[in-house]
Design a binder for this molecule. Structure first.
Ligand SMILES: Cc1cc2nc3c(=O)[nH]c(=O)nc-3n(C[C@H](O)[C@H](O)[C@H](O)COP(=O)(O)O)c2cc1C
Length: 183
């Protein structure tokens, strides 16, 4: 099989967001080259057009459809993940299905409440999340001249999560090709 397509999604829409630098770092660690989707640079249709199962094609539809695996880089806002990420999820449907994801969350205390909320939503889309997810606590203190410069323990933990993601990526790619689920 060809190299899998990894897609890193930066979830924050804020102008002065921390998320982009973390997503850029995450994209340097994926087992194969990753495409970055920055939701702050994405315009989705108005939600009054939303339908069950998504709706009209968006500027992300083809990019998500091509993906074999996702790395979701999300902050925690009020103990969950941001509304912009939920909109991106809701505007698509088959593009997510039967694909794996890992989550890199961040916040004052690691953002793991965001990660756990996200897992339940992704399960509804027949997605699998890695057992390990990494939560970055106050990553803004680990910024260097070249971007995010985490302690080794963070890099090791994230690489373990990506190792799980790689296993699921190959497993689900094969399953989608050879034994597509009757949905
Ligand atoms: C609306 C809002 C709500 C927040 N709520 C939380 C929270 O519940 N837990 C937390 O650890 N940090 C919280 N924070 C702090 C964020 O973790 C921090 O601002 C982070 O930089 C946000 O990511 P971003 O810069 O990529 O948007 C919140 C920030 C915002 C803007």
């Amino acid at each position: 099989m060809s190299e899998p397509n990894y897609v890193v999604i930066a979830a924050s829409l804020r102008g002065e967001r921390m998320g982009r630098v973390l997503a850029d770092w995450a994209a340097t660690r994926t087992p194969a080259p990753a495409e970055l989707i920055d939701l702050a640079e994405t315009t989705l249709p108005d939600d009054n057009l939303l339908q069950p199962g998504g709706g009209q094609a968006t500027e992300l539809t083809d990019r998500l459809a091509r993906a074999d695996a996702f790395v979701l880089v999300t902050p925690e806002y009020n103990h969950s993940y941001p509304a912009g990420l939920k909109r991106a999820i809701d505007w698509h449907y088959r593009e997510w299905m039967f694909k794996p994801a890992t989550i890199l969350s961040y916040g004052v205390q690691g953002g793991l409440l965001a990660a756990e909320h996200l897992r339940g939503v992704l399960a509804e889309l027949h997605m699998v999340t890695t057992r390990r997810v990494v939560g970055l606590t106050t990553p803004w203190y680990d910024l260097g001249p070249d971007g995010y410069a985490p302690p080794d323990s963070v890099t090791k933990g994230f690489d373990l999560a990506l190792g799980e993601l790689a296993w699921w990526t190959e497993t689900l790619r094969t399953a989608r090709r050879d034994r597509p689920y009757a949905r």
